[in-house]
Design a protein around this ligand. Structure first.
Ligand SMILES: C[S@@+](CC[C@H](N)C(=O)[O-])C[C@H]1O[C@@H](n2cnc3c(N)ncnc32)[C@H](O)[C@@H]1O
Length: 330
């Protein structure tokens, strides 16, 4: 391909984003399952226009997402497999979330972020993403499901890399629907889990069927974190906020935290090299959607920890590109 063609394909990137969102909404990968499906069958199952559906699937399989067989038939491959709702490493909700009005309208306003440093979401909707979701339960629910997709993939590996069995209580601060916590509790039945998040989020909490092991606390982690535990988790939290508010969260946590307790910050890490990574995508996404949100380097996290009264103990890189950054109070 010529440089011009390469650049044109890059600029068409949002076509693929939109197709993936539709494919996931229609559950096409789930419908295909382990078989080979004709486009007629898929159109019937999803009540879609057969020719339009074919054109979209033909386009995606040219990018190695699904395999097109003879006679307009399709089967799954390793890439389409993760679009299945039922896949262990599913990103079905994640793709649907990226097709939501919140993401599209925010990213359409990227220029505002680049010119002003403010979230594009604010220019599109008047508020940042968390404020927006307070008044839009449907988007909030889609967002929580997208976080669950990520939490599930992490939860499957986190337990192999970190020993939770030595703790009596584990508190997930800003734990969303409690997906990660319920994985930890299921594997460590002696642990009591505490889920802390905003009132409108915990109202819709995922029910792990182990209620006596699971306490839910509603609150605002920028005001007070009234939770006493042996271990605290902040997963995908600090990257949403500017340094000042990260300091506020860490200091409030430090105030309530027993001396023996540990804190796990679970985040992507940026480095200075020029290779493309999830952290680079997410850093831009934080710029667009969150008020001061950004991805950080390990040095930035360590400095932030020291300022709030924590010592960095260890960094454990996970195969999901996330990292467990363990702190303890000084
Ligand atoms: C990016 S999500 C991460 C969710 C979860 N920790 C995970 O890793 O899947 C950020 C979470 O922070 C919560 N949150 C945002 N502002 C908050 C606040 N002021 N007080 C408590 N929780 C808040 C959101 O409701 C959301 O569940």
């Amino acid at each position: 391909m010529t440089p011009r063609q390469i650049m044109m394909h890059k600029v068409y990137g949002y076509f693929t984003t939109s197709c993936l969102s539709v494919v996931c909404k229609l559950e096409l990968a789930d419908h295909i399952g382990n078989s080979i499906c004709s486009i007629e069958e898929l159109a019937d199952l999803t009540r879609c226009n057969e020719n339009s559906l074919y054109r979209m699937m033909h386009f995606l399989s040219s990018q190695d997402i699904f395999v097109e067989e003879d006679n307009r038939k399709f089967r799954n491959n390793s890439l389409s497999e993760v679009l299945k709702k039922t896949s262990e490493s599913s990103i079905n909700s994640y793709c649907q979330g990226h097709g939501s009005q919140l993401y599209w309208e925010s990213w359409r306003n990227l220029e505002h972020s680049i010119r002003t440093g403010e979230p594009a979401t604010k220019s599109a909707f008047g508020v940042d993403a968390f404020e927006y979701m307070k008044s839009d339960p449907e988007t909030a629910s889609t967002f929580n499901k997208t976080m669950d997709d990520l939490a599930t993939a992490d939860a499957n590996v986190i337990q192999k890399y970190y020993d939770f069995s030595k703790f009596n209580t584990v508190a997930d601060i800003g734990g969303g629907s409690g997906k990660l916590l319920s994985f930890i509790i299921n594997d460590n039945p002696k642990i009591k889990g505490i889920l802390f998040d905003q009132p409108h989020v915990v109202q819709n909490t995922f029910s792990p069927n182990i209620t006596n092991q699971f306490e839910v606390v509603a609150g605002d982690f920028l005001s007070d974190i009234p939770v006493i535990s042996d271990l605290y988790i902040l997963r995908h939290i600090l990257h949403d906020w500017d340094d000042e508010r990260c300091h506020q969260i860490l200091s409030l946590l430090r105030e309530r935290m027993p001396k023996h307790a540990k804190l796990l910050v679970i985040e992507l890490l940026v480095n200075k090299d020029s290779t493309l990574s999830t952290a680079k995508y997410q850093d831009l996404n934080m710029l667009v959607m969150m008020n001061g949100g950004r991805e950080r380097s390990i040095q930035q996290f360590e400095n932030m920890g020291i300022k709030a009264g924590f010592k960095l103990c260890q960094v454990i890189p996970l195969p999901t590109e996330m990292n467990i950054i363990e702190f303890q109070p000084i």
